[in-house]
Design a binder for this molecule. Structure first.
Ligand code: SF4
Length: 638
């Protein structure tokens, strides 16, 4: 009797319409548990080397995990994976909301899509019944509209919809996959892969709840968590002000990317802060299934040119900073309007906002002129120019739309003239709004992460720096063997160890699909000890922290193996040139830059700790240790 999961994985061949159900053994679930580890099990086997990410031989996977949908905070998340059209490496993206739990209740542990449908379709999974339907009537409609139509079509308001928006239909490279029309599997272009398969949406609804091994103790743990929401200052800040609660602290520490990462402090920070949002346009809080933190924002602007519909929720920190400080814009209403456009059309807000900021710097530096912009005065701080360009991007129209819809790295190749020096990308993925110049372990993780620069693939430096880290952070990190916090701004061996171990912890969370605000190694609502308890209570397995960390390393190695087969190695674990140039402006980070020599040494030590070659490739010994020897038969490591 499985606890937590159904023992059923769906395989859908979109070319033929054939639907099959696989029933893997318990050992499969215990080894891969869900999310992208489970996804990589299929992608490594079924995506041939050199596959066109937008061709029929790419495979798209949607996986929750063995704990998804259990009645405790932070366990309604879902992973989408495929070969990425942004990088050509592995693509990976998580989202929360109510869709992930509902997906599980519909009766399956995941779905693997193959091929390419001859016509546009959507998939419905209702109480174990799986059907493909014509989706031609949904084309060109924004996400809120499609959400309502599909709920109507299946006759149930509680049905949940995952979909691509009009941006993916017209080929925007950084297209997202949306659910609830306001939660995004945003990163790495997974929306464009879904569009290439002519799969418009997945609708789920069900009442098939997998049994929980120890519901009594799970409920007790959830009650403890509910009490901790207000006693943990970081989580309390999230509940009160959403992720935008970090705008002001980031600005104070000089790590709020400003004017395309040229400065770390923004004079307009207060005007775009979570506190300002609460005082002005906020009308409510939203949540994900069973979550007591309720960090999601709902905003409304009833009138004027920046009108915003609460259906689309409210902007997160990353959206506020990429369309705000990144672009030098201090207008929260315009940023909220940009957020809504991204959700309506379905694009990654980080890639999109950062790409516009990059174009603004190109304009300021004369690399492009009004001739290239079609007359738009694309200066930093020009909110209306930002919105005009955004509208061009999501529809791939105008002078700039078709170029910037490809992302900043491809735009730099088109524009030339040293535009490449202004890029903030790793593996063609625009960097999020956490500055590695001051968070040095993040520099390493931005570089080595298999799917490009990511701020949620390890713990951030402040959690483990002398004089900064709180007792709670240090107590929890000690459970992972991290007992010797280094000095601020260091990238010494201890910091590299912190990066590698917390990367494995986060990787485990992206396998078990745990929200990183609720579960984490340091600051979150629950720490590592509670994470182990939670998995035990749900699955009945006698897991340990070592088993969970090993799961995290297994996922990282599976991803690195996928990339190695595509030719990725050390040469691709590199950072943007701009990170090595001193920051301008004011604040504690003015004049600070990364050091190339220090970074290369950290990279060497990281590869050593991971048990990889000097070229950053997994070894047979490491793969055997992680019980994934089968990868050696599929990937030539050299
Ligand atoms: S903390 Fe926020 S993002 Fe995480 S599960 Fe709760 S509501 Fe969702």
């Amino acid at each position: 009797m499985p606890y937590g999961y159904h023992g059923k994985i769906l395989h859908v061949d979109l070319s033929t319409g054939k639907i099959e159900i696989e029933s893997p053994p318990e050992s499969f679930y215990r080894k891969y548990m869900g999310g992208s580890a489970m996804a990589l099990y299929y992608l490594l086997r079924h995506v041939p080397k050199g596959t066109d990410p937008l061709g029929p031989s790419n495979v798209l996977t949607v996986f929750p995990s063995v704990v998804t949908g259990a009645p405790i905070a932070g366990l309604s998340r879902i992973n989408v994976n495929a070969k990425s059209p942004m990088s050509g490496a592995i693509g990976d993206s998580q989202a929360g909301g109510f869709f992930p739990a509902e997906f599980k209740f519909a009766g399956f542990d995941g779905v693997v899509f193959y091929g390419q449908s001859p016509t546009w379709v959507y998939l419905s999974i209702i109480d174990g019944k799986v059907e493909l339907h014509d989706a031609s009537h949904l084309l060109g409609k924004v996400t809120g509209e499609v959400d309502r139509i599909l709920k109507n079509e299946v006759g149930d308001e509680k049905a949940q919809v995952m979909q691509i928006g009009p941006a993916a239909e017209v080929g925007v490279r950084f297209s997202a996959i949306m659910n609830m029309a306001n939660r995004a599997n945003g990163r790495t272009g997974m929306g464009l892969v879904m569009a290439s398969k002519r799969l418009k949406a997945i609708v789920v609804r069900g009442k098939i709840h997998p049994e929980i091994a120890d519901p009594k103790n799970l409920t007790a743990l959830n009650k403890i968590g509910a009490k901790w929401v207000t006693s943990n200052p970081d989580v309390d800040g999230l509940a009160k002000y959403g992720t935008a609660s970090v705008v002001m602290p980031q600005n104070q520490f000089g790590t709020l990317p400003t004017r395309n990462y040229t400065e770390g402090q923004f004079e307009g920070a207060e005007a775009i802060s979570g506190e300002r949002m609460a005082d002005t346009i906020l009308i409510g809080q939203d949540t994900c299934y069973a979550c007591t933190v309720r960090c999601k924002r709902v905003v409304e602007i009833k009138e004027g040119k920046y009108k915003v519909d609460p259906y689309y929720g409210g902007a997160e920190y990353e959206t506020i900073s990429t369309f705000g400080s990144y672009c030098g814009i201090d207008n929260l209403e315009a940023i909220s309007s940009a957020h809504q456009i991204c959700d309506m059309y379905g694009v990654d807000t980080i890639a999109c906002g950062a790409t516009i900021a990059f174009a603004m710097e190109c304009f300021e530096k004369g690399i492009i002129t009004k001739e290239d912009t079609g007359g738009i005065d694309l200066k930093f701080g020009n909110a209306d120019a930002m919105l005009e360009v955004l509208n061009q991007i999501v529809t791939k129209t105008g002078k700039l739309g078709p170029i910037l819809a490809e992302g900043s790295a491809r735009a730099a190749q088109i524009w030339g003239k040293k535009a490449e020096e202004l890029l903030i990308t790793v593996k063609n993925e625009e960097a999020p709004a956490h500055m590695p110049q001051a968070k040095r372990s993040l520099a390493l993780i931005y570089a080595v992460n298999p799917f490009g620069a990511d701020h949620q693939s390890s713990e951030h430096d402040w959690m483990y720096e002398k004089g900064i880290a709180s007792d709670l952070y240090l107590e929890r990190l000690a459970l992972l063997g991290l007992t010797n916090p280094p000095d601020p701004l260091s990238l010494d061996n201890e910091k590299v160890k912190f990066a590698a171990i917390t990367q494995a912890f986060y990787s485990m969370m992206d396998t078990l699909e745990m929200c990183q605000f609720v579960w984490g190694p340091a600051w979150s609502l629950f720490g590592p000890a509670e994470a182990v308890e939670m998995v035990k209570h749900i699955t009945g397995w006698d897991v340990t922290i070592d088993e969970l960390i090993k799961l995290g390393f297994r996922r990282i190695n599976l991803m690195r193996a996928f990339n190695a087969r595509e030719g990725f190695d050390r040469k691709d674990d590199m950072l943007p040139k701009k990170f090595f140039k001193p920051l301008l402006g004011t604040g504690p980070t003015a004049g600070i830059a990364l050091d190339q020599h220090e970074f290369e040494e950290a990279l060497d030590h990281y590869y050593h700790l991971m048990g990889w070659t000097e070229n950053g490739l997994p070894t047979p010994t490491k793969l055997a240790e992680l019980e994934i020897e089968w990868v050696n038969d599929l990937v030539q490591f050299n």
